[in-house]
Design a protein. Structure first.
Length: 289
């Protein structure tokens, strides 16, 4: 491996020391490093293993230093480069970021030698349509959230699966999630946990006015179309907590399975069920990590 991309979250305590240590380790191994140029410029990280002209998407491995939000941001920054993304959790809960700092350094030789355990994860394409024309297009790994914005008002949303009306939601909002995103906002809103090896689309209403409206899993091959039933100031759609789009009355949000997939480096010493036990306090774990 000749080039590795590192994307640190500069708001996390200890990020600078960790990044500097990684640069030293890669320098000893003759591996070049690409980093966000604004981070290099603002924090004096030039020199050593850094390759000043390298772009993030050129890395053969992407190392995200932070938490799940940092991983989502890293994936968005590198685009569809197909390089595996490894998350180092120096943040909070960390479902996506499977490695701690000690595990990272203990695995460096194996990682650089190409011995990677990789999980390919389904993504969603989301398009915002206005008066029959597409005005925004994005890709999500976790979820698309449609909500009323800063005003605590109920939304009226018409949900279609293909051309068929599924239901009309009267709720604070609606989450359209992947299996990977099932342990994020959807879980907090009462949605089920879905194993990431499955390909499904999960619809979870947020505080639905009608109690019979429940979360539903749909085949990933079916497209979902959500129509805003009325003009509601402040209503919008958020993609992976990273990008926000303001909606107008009669706008539609179309969601479908993406042809792109993200490759996440998984910890070979920990299964997905182990992560649930550790993070949620299942099994023998008394306190969630």
């Amino acid at each position: 491996m000749k080039l590795v991309s590192i994307v640190p979250n500069t708001t996390k305590p200890g990020w600078f020391e960790l990044t500097r240590r990684l640069l030293d380790e890669f320098s000893v191994r003759g591996v070049r490093v690409a980093m966000p140029r604004e981070v290099v410029r603002e924090h004096g990280l030039a020199g050593g293993a850094l390759e000043p002209n390298a772009e993030l998407h050129q890395g053969e491995l992407v190392i995200s230093l932070g938490g799940d939000g940092t991983m989502l941001s890293s994936i968005r920054r590198v685009g569809n480069c197909r390089a595996p993304v490894l998350g180092v959790n120096i943040g909070g809960l960390g479902f996506l970021a499977e490695f701690n700092v000690d595990e990272l350094f203990g695995s460096l030789d194996a990682l650089l030698g190409g011995t990677l355990s990789v999980s390919e994860r389904m993504m969603l394409d989301v398009a915002v349509e206005r008066q029959g024309e597409e005005v925004e297009r994005h890709t999500a790994l976790n979820e698309i959230v449609i909500d009323a914005g800063t005003l605590a008002r109920m939304l009226r949303l018409n949900a279609f699966v293909g051309s068929r009306l599924l239901t009309r939601y009267e709720a604070d909002g609606l989450i359209v999630a992947t299996p990977t995103g099932s342990t994020a906002y959807s879980l907090s809103a009462g949605g089920p946990i879905v194993h990431p090896d499955l390909d499904v689309i999960l619809l979870t209403p947020i505080c639905a006015h009608t109690l019979t409206v429940r979360p539903i899993l749909l085949p990933a091959e079916r497209s979902v179309r959500i129509e805003l039933g009325e003009d509601r100031a402040g209503a919008g759609v958020t993609i992976d907590g990273q990008v926000g789009v303001t909606l107008r009355g009669k706008d539609a949000v179309k969601v479908s399975k993406s042809a792109d997939r993200v490759r996440l480096v998984t910890n070979p010493d920990r299964t997905y069920l182990d992560i649930l036990e550790r993070k949620l306090g299942w099994g023998g774990a008394r306190t969630p990590a």
